[in-house]
Structures are given as C-alpha cells and as structure tokens.
Write a protein that binds this ligand. Structure first.
Ligand code: ASP
Length: 315
C-alpha cells in the first residue's frame, strides 16, 4: 500500500500545562485523536486527501473546545462570524468562505465553493445564500454558544482589543490558553495527492467584518502536489502580511528547501521578526509531516501509514 499521512491542529497560543486541568487536557487529547482517526480511516480506505482533511475538520468544528464551528469566538457585536478554506494540491483548485453565520460546518461550505461554483472565495451574506442553495446544514445562534468563549468576550468587549496583548493581569489570565483555537488539517493520500483545510471563528472581539489568514489561499491555507500542504494558526494579520503558507511552498519550489527547513524559516525567523505568534502544520509530497510553532503550545496530532501516531499540546 502506498504511504499516506494526516496532520491536524487545533490552534496555537499561550497554552501552558499549569493552566490546564487533567480533565480538560484529556478532552483535548480525545478530540484530536478522534479527528485524526476518522481522517486516517478515509485515507486507509483509499479516499482522497481532500475528503480526509474535510472529515477531520467537520469533527473539530463540531467539538465545542475548538474555535471553529460550534464554540467559535464572539465578534465585537456578540455573534459568531466564521472563516474556512480548503485547497486541493492535485489541481490547485480551492474554495473559501469568510464571515459566514449559522453554517454548522463552514468547511463543508468552502468545499461546495471549490467543487460546485465558478468562484474561489465567497463572503458574508452571499456565502450564506450559497449555503442555503447548496443545502448546507444551518444551525441557530444558540448552537454556536459556549460559556467560556462568552466569558472571554465579556472581559474585553468594551475595549478596542481583539488580541489582548495588554497588561491587565486578570484578563490575561482569562485569555491565556484560549487565545487561538483555529482548526486545520493537511494530508497526503495513497495517490500522492495533497490537500489542506483550515476553519476558524477568528479572533475574539474582531470588528468591521475582520477576516483573518485562515480562509486566504496562500496566507493561512495552501496545497500544491509539487511541494506541500500547509495550514496555519496564530495572529492572522501577520500570517497575511507574510503570505505564510505560500512562502513555505515557494521556499521549497524555488530554493530547494525541505519542508522542515522552509517551515522553520517562516515560523521561527520571518514571523518572529514581525511578532507573528502562532504555528503551522505541513505535509510534503513524500508524506513527511512537520508541526512547528513559535508560541508556548499548539494543539496538534499526526498519523501515518508507517505507524506514527502522535498527539501533543505543549512545546
Ligand atoms: N489565524 C486565525 C485568525 O487570525 C486565528 C487562529 O489561528 O486562532 O483569524
């Protein structure tokens, strides 16, 4: 059987063991392992990388612990506006949505855009109209609610802050490990095709229709069979400005760097220089998996047909 690999993340940030209860830690491990297993099964049965990354993300979006789908963060106006993207490295087709509301699985909508529209990127009401037309599952506002994201938002909603790089200790405590929580997946299937997908509620207290890097092809999400598939998580503005995901691909394509070297350059040199906190996961055309971050932690997991099964949170 040809080799195949799946790698997933559930966000990066100030995730410290001392802030975690054993129960919560266990719940994160279980959530990651489940998403890993379901997408691994897709690949094992000969399914496509696109279907594998989508399967992983649907599960993570349905898990209230992660900032995507159910459990997404609150905007300044107290609602959830979600972004997602998916890319097929075999033909560079891609689909993305931004600022969508009430869509149970934004990654399904992004996949509909990729496979059943003439466009790549839909936003706001138009994207929601397309969801209705395609029969993508919708949910009421209550479905997306989670108490801890609400408390997080309540603590900063009267400020102009959206990322909480402030000195208020109490707020910092509250936000710490919850800063980022975007979900993502990259895969190489048995046919040697690569795919990447990312889904997020964005950043707490975001306003004016702010869109992060996650749904932007090349910034937070990118896949190309010739090089790699990448999904990012972190402070989106910096990932957009550094075109992070595509930069990894470029370093491999034009400079001949390995996936590990290219990701290291982007995450630990370029992003750090611009104070871009976060990380990314990648898989290359040979199925090598890399998970890198410059923050204290990143929810992450990888599994391949050679017997690797790794689930980790901290550095
Ligand atoms: N990158 C996402 C954004 O800026 C946030 C995250 O990764 O948690 O919207």
């Amino acid at each position: 059987m040809p080799d195949f690999t799946i790698v997933i993340h559930g966000g990066a940030g100030t995730i410290l063991k001392e802030d975690m209860t054993p129960e919560l830690e266990q719940a994160y491990f279980e959530g990651l392992q489940q998403a890993l297993d379901i997408s691994y099964a897709v690949l094992e049965q000969g399914g496509t990388a696109v279907n594998a990354v989508k399967a992983a993300l649907v599960l993570l979006e349905d898990n209230v612990l992660f900032n995507a789908g159910k459990g997404s963060v609150f905007t300044k106006k107290g609602v959830q506006e979600m972004d997602a993207a998916i890319m097929d490295g075999s033909d560079l087709s891609a689909g993305a949505v931004a600022g969508v509301r009430n869509v149970r699985n934004p990654i399904e909508l992004a996949t509909e855009v990729m496979q059943n529209s003439n466009h790549v990127f839909l936003s706001g009401k138009g994207a929601n109209d397309f969801a209705i037309k395609q029969g993508v599952k919708l949910e009421p506002d209550e479905y997306f609610f989670s108490q801890f994201r609400y408390d997080q938002w309540k603590a900063i909603r009267d400020s102009d802050n959206y990322s909480l790089d402030h000195t208020n200790h109490q707020l910092e405590e509250l936000m710490r490990d919850k800063k980022f929580g975007t979900v993502g997946a990259v895969a190489r299937d048995q046919q040697g095709n690569l795919a990447a997908a990312t889904s997020t509620g964005g950043m707490t207290n975001k306003k004016y229709g702010r869109i992060g890097d996650s749904p932007m092809i090349g910034a937070g999400t990118y896949a190309n069979n010739a090089t790699c598939a990448i999904s990012c998580t972190g402070h989106g503005e910096m990932f957009i400005r550094s075109v992070a995901a595509y930069d990894v691909s470029c370093l491999m394509e034009y400079k001949g760097l390995s996936l590990q070297e290219a990701m290291d350059k982007v995450v630990n040199e370029k992003l750090i220089k611009m104070h871009g906190e976060g990380g990314m996961i990648g898989v290359d055309h040979a199925g090598n998996a890399v998970m890198l971050f410059n923050s204290a932690g990143m929810y992450r997991a990888a599994k391949n047909s050679k017997g690797m099964n790794e689930v980790s949170i901290y550095k």
